[in-house]
Design a protein around this ligand. Structure first.
Ligand SMILES: Nc1ncnc2c1ncn2[C@@H]1O[C@H](COP(=O)(O)OP(=O)(O)OP(=O)(O)O)[C@@H](O)[C@H]1O
Ligand SMILES: [Mg+2]
Length: 353
């Protein structure tokens, strides 16, 4: 695991819902900071107590994680969709008037958070910004739960389609866009505009036009950022880590993710099977040996035998059900992993594999 952190500039933690992506992004961040790296962990929707541990519960954009003493330094950031989208517009709008027009536009307020692809876009825009900033040696990106691995990575393309200047042109009634569009599409745009006008009055159409006029000025940047993000994700300096959990359904989802990522050309470097066994049954651990010795020495032979067979069962179970190669297995801890100490325990384990 250390080689992976040593040799990459971006790590993307992916996997299906609830498997431990956010927790492991943070634990990998701890390990990389211990190795001397300047690290940023970009989390999505962390549990409240984990956000507090990372110093980002007050809505901080990027914060130095409190209470650390590592060779490097660990920073954390939260992907706040609305804020990042707004920042992006502020940064790329050609003039203040465009910013004002957009922020005051009711449609923008609706669309910036609900448009298909906008959450993914904001994450990737933030990733590109952080990795270009020169402030970090390594950026670790957590991802939202998704049914398919490539959903997240390719969703921004949907946003491209919305902001595509051809479509913008059509809405704005420019002939260039109309020449390229099919007759059916032209008809539906006209009909849509007419219906909107009829249903909601001319105010809506004015809002609509205002939105697209302002967006027209930003659309090239959105496309460029998406392009940069895709290049970065496919670059050999970016590694994907697939997190899976032990139960059969999660393993199967993980296998589907694995195949999708590999087929799409992303560099999937490691699979982490989280919660592979309870912490007390960690194969080869000092704790297992100590418990065995204690039980035998105190004459509790039946318990010693039960303990031995349970440990053997967990070790065997974890090997039996997966066709992943290059797997790291992690224990299930007794309590939630929310404090810096428990992240460090996870980092210890990640360090040793
Ligand atoms: N190895 C572990 N042992 C014990 N608890 C764990 C372990 N890994 C994760 N957890 C706990 O499981 C819960 C879910 O973890 P986490 O939020 O990291 O998953 P996620 O994949 O990011 O979820 P989502 O897909 O909803 O974003 C958290 O409460 C976390 O503390
Ligand atoms: Mg999460």
């Amino acid at each position: 695991m250390k080689d992976l952190l040593q040799n990459h500039r971006v790590i993307v933690c992916t996997g299906s819902g609830g498997v431990g992506k956010t927790t492991l992004s943070a634990a990998l961040g701890v390990l990389a900071a211990r190795m001397g790296k300047r690290v940023l962990v970009l989390t999505i929707d962390p549990a409240r107590r984990l956000a507090t541990t990372l110093g980002i519960d007050q809505g901080a954009d990027e914060a130095r994680v409190p209470g650390q003493s590592y060779a490097g330094v660990l920073h954390a950031g939260m992907i706040d969709q609305t804020k990042i989208f707004d920042d992006y517009i502020r940064r790329y709008a050609p003039q203040q008037a465009t910013v004002d027009a957009l922020f005051g536009n009711a449609l923008y307020q609706q669309l910036s958070t609900t448009l298909s692809g906008s959450q993914e876009f904001t994450s990737l825009a933030k990733l590109v910004e952080a990795s270009e900033s020169g402030l970090y040696d390594l950026v670790i990106l957590d991802t939202p739960p998704a049914a398919h691995a490539v959903d997240f990575l390719q969703a921004p393309q949907k946003l491209n389609a919305v902001f595509d200047s051809t479509i913008v042109s059509m809405f704005m009634g420019r002939t260039k866009g109309f020449e390229l569009a099919s007759a059916a599409w032209k008809m539906s745009v006209k009909l849509l505009l007419r219906t909107l006008n009829f249903v909601t009055g001319s105010e809506f159409v004015a809002t609509f036009n205002g939105f697209f006029t302002a967006i027209d000025a930003i659309a090239p940047n959105i496309r460029e950022t998406n392009l940069k993000a895709q290049q970065l994700l496919l670059d050999s300096s970016t590694a994907f880590v697939l997190v899976s959990s032990f139960d059969q359904a999660k393993i199967m989802e993980g296998e589907a993710f694995h195949d999708e990522l590999s087929t799409a050309g992303y560099h999937l470097k490691k699979v982490i099977v989280n919660r592979a066994w309870p912490a007390w049954a960690e194969p080869g651990s000092a704790q297992v040996l100590e418990t065995q010795n204690h039980l035998v020495q105190s004459g509790q032979n039946a318990l010693a035998a039960l303990h031995r067979s349970l440990c053997a069962y967990y070790a065997e179970r974890a090997n039996a059900h997966t066709r992943f190669t290059d797997v790291v297995k992690l224990a299930e801890f007794d309590s939630e992993v929310v404090g810096l100490q428990s992240l460090e325990k996870l980092a210890d384990r990640l360090e040793s594999v």
